[in-house]
Structure formats: structure tokens, C-alpha cells
Design a protein around this ligand. Sequence first.
Ligand code: 4NP
Length: 156
Amino acid sequence: MKILFVCLGNICRSPLAEGLFQWHAQQQGLADRFTVDSCGTNGLHNGELPDTRTRKNALSHGLQLEHRSRQIQQQDFAEFDRILVMDEQNVTTVKNLCPEAFRYKIHKMRELDPIAPHADVQDPWYGGEEGFETTFQTLDRCAKAWLFHLVSNVDN
Ligand code: 4NP
């Protein structure tokens, strides 16, 4: 199964979501069942590593992020089985780009969050260090929830 994580710039939220999902899949011995990637809707940071603050925070939890930012492209909609998007603004952008036949693949990252189902994953870009830790905790929880959901549902 191929999972694509999407945010605005692909340097804070979605590369972390990708890394956390991959990490949990490895921990559960499920890594061979998933291919993960991430991208942004705006392309402003194409080719860049994740934001220094995101990488520092992830590393403090033992997670090294090496993804290079890229913009979403048309072939992603056919290629990926699930497209997990960080917030409502980007859901709108992604839905507008996506052919109707593939729109069912698009979900919000926090759809399965027991704490705040369907909430946005807030963009930590403009705030302080604590925002990056909150983002980490939110994405860690949701990555685990999605992994559990995707491996538990035969008909997913
Ligand atoms: P992200 O955060 O969408 O979580 O990667 C952002 C980082 C940079 C910008 C926007 C969002 N930017 O426009 O520069």
C-alpha cells in the first residue's frame, strides 16, 4: 500500500508524518507492506531538507528525517492508495487538483485522532519550539492510528 502525506511546504508537517509512519511500520514488522512519501502543495521549498527545527525536534526523539521537499503532481493521484492531508486548506487544494475518480483517497491526517478527530494539524512554521513538539505528538498519535486502521481493515 502506498501512502502520501501532504502539507503546504513539505518541510515541517508532512515529512515528519512520513517519517513517523515509516518508523511505526518498522517497529511493528510491517515496513514491507507500505511505501511512504510526502509532498507539499506550494513547491516553494523544492529540494530542501525539512526545516531545521523539525529535524532537531525529530532527532530529539531518535528520528532522522532525510526527505527532500517536492510539490504534489498529477501522477500522485493515480499512484498512491491513500493521500493524508494535514489541514482543511490543503485538503481543498488537493481535492481541486485531484481527478474526481481518485478523490476517495484523500483524508485528513487527524481523521482518526481520538483527541480531536478531523482537526487540523497546525502549521508550526511561524511559532516557537513548543509548537514543533506539539506537532510531533499529534503526528505520532495519528501515524499509529492510521497504521492500525490500515492493517486492521481487510476492506480498506
Ligand atoms: P509545512 O510548513 O506546510 O508544515 O511544511 C510550512 C513551511 C513553509 C511554508 C509553509 C508551510 N512556506 O510557505 O514557506
